[in-house]
Design a protein around this ligand. Sequence first.
Ligand code: ZN
Length: 152
Amino acid sequence: MLDSDFSTYTIYEWFEFEPSEDEEYISTVSRKIRIPKIVITRSSVSFHMSKPKVSRLGVFIRDGFRCQYCGMRVSYKNLTVDHVVPKSRGGKTDWMNVVTSCMDCNIKKGDRTPEEANMTLIKEPHIPFISILNARDIDLKFYPEWEQFILR
Ligand SMILES: [Zn+2]
């Protein structure tokens, strides 16, 4: 059972807590600072507005680990990242041009556009919010107290 009795502190109040032996902390020249498990920010505009970097895992998470051509959910090792407009045809590696594809669909599509290959995307690629990628990527076994703050 998680302890849901949380309190909030300003950063200066937080500095006053001495870390105990079993707590994680960072050392500065003058003090040890406990590492907070949860940080609340007043504003996260720049955080949400920043464009997440394209990554293989990020593309799979955005697409729900589902092939964007046949709609099949496939295991991680059988997923590929497909360039909708092939790289050889000037297609860029950006969120709007990469989708999750199963191995079979990627081979079938080859070096063609979906139209040329007579294949249809089940949904148009989009730029995901960085928070979606981060939240799903968190391994809660290390920080179970985060569970109640994460939307899945
Ligand atoms: Zn497929």
